[in-house]
Design a protein around this ligand. Structure first.
Ligand SMILES: C[S@@+](CC[C@H](N)C(=O)[O-])C[C@H]1O[C@@H](n2cnc3c(N)ncnc32)[C@H](O)[C@@H]1O
Length: 269
């Protein structure tokens, strides 16, 4: 996906994710006035929520490898009037360009522990830059049910190479996002904990949620065309293409839900 499309997807998905991620962040009870890191911040959408959580005396630094994302993040933060409380830095989560114990806490959504990157070195880096006793937290999209009434088709879509979330095909099971508790233990983070957050949507859908779901359908099962049987592919197209007369978002009892999972603990070092 090119950068513009990626930015577009993050913006379009925001109405779907924002209220859930706000609840995830509230669970951490970040100390008012504290200073933290958002690792793999993208265009800074959670920097806004994190800044809200730590209040006017707090500060959030967004870190990402993509200069384009950070530029967009700066524009979003400026528009929100939060430039004093949120700043951005270009850099790799695997080699965070800050000294040991710089931050009171570190957070990462859909980045550390997610996708193709090996989680342990990244989690170690998060822990390195957090002060003793500070929170280290990672969160990620962990499941969804988007095709009500079609569980077998949805199961087969999820079993395609690109449809296994949150997982990368062929990865070591211990590196699966939902095994993160052992990563926290391995790097010596105290009291590791996990919590799941669900959100649901039903008809009639607002325009924003409908757009977010259309975008999600477009990117969620990238290998469907290659890997589904002929019959499943026809049903997939019938249900999941917006111009189909049977597009599933048009049914009067459409209902969908997804979950986010949070793993967190306190830095021991
Ligand atoms: C799925 S996006 C999530 C963005 C943001 N956290 C959100 O939830 O809206 C993953 C982000 O991680 C960033 N990323 C991937 N690998 C990275 C790395 N090694 N160091 C820093 N950022 C990275 C990508 O550029 C992208 O912005």
């Amino acid at each position: 996906m090119d950068t513009d499309s990626y930015i577009h997807s993050l913006l379009v998905a925001n109405p779907l994710r924002k209220s859930t991620l706000r609840k995830v962040i509230e669970t951490l009870q970040l100390p008012p006035g504290s200073r933290g890191l958002d690792a793999g911040c993208g265009i800074g959408l959670q920097c806004l929520l994190l800044a809200e959580a730590v209040g006017i005396a707090g500060h959030v630094t967004g870190l990402d490898v993509s200069k384009e994302f950070l530029n967009r993040g700066e524009a979003i933060v400026e528009e929100a009037g939060l430039s004093e409380r949120i700043s951005f830095k270009k850099g790799d989560v695997g080699n965070i360009p800050f000294d040991n114990k710089t931050f009171d806490w570190a957070w990462s959504a859909d980045c550390v522990g997610y996708g193709p990157l090996e989680p342990l070195p990244l989690l170690r880096e998060l822990a390195r830059v957090v002060k003793p006793g500070g929170i280290v937290a990672i969160s990620g999209w962990s499941s969804e049910n988007l095709l009500p009434g079609y569980p077998r088709l949805e199961a087969r879509l999820k079993a395609t190479s690109g449809g296994i979330a949150p997982f990368v095909h062929g990865k070591n099971p211990e590196m699966h996002f939902l095994r993160a508790l052992s990563w926290f233990r391995e790097i010596g983070i105290k009291e590791p904990d996990a919590k799941v957050f669900a959100n649901s949507f039903h008809a009639p859908l607002s325009r924003e949620i409908r757009s977010a779901l259309v975008d999600l359908f477009n990117m969620r099962w990238p290998d469907a065309e290659l890997e589904l049987s002929f019959d499943d592919l026809s049903e997939f197209r019938r249900l999941c293409q917006p111009d189909s007369p049977s597009f599933i978002l048009n049914i009067s009892d459409y209902y969908a839900f997804f979950t986010y999972t949070l793993f967190w603990g306190k830095n021991d070092k």
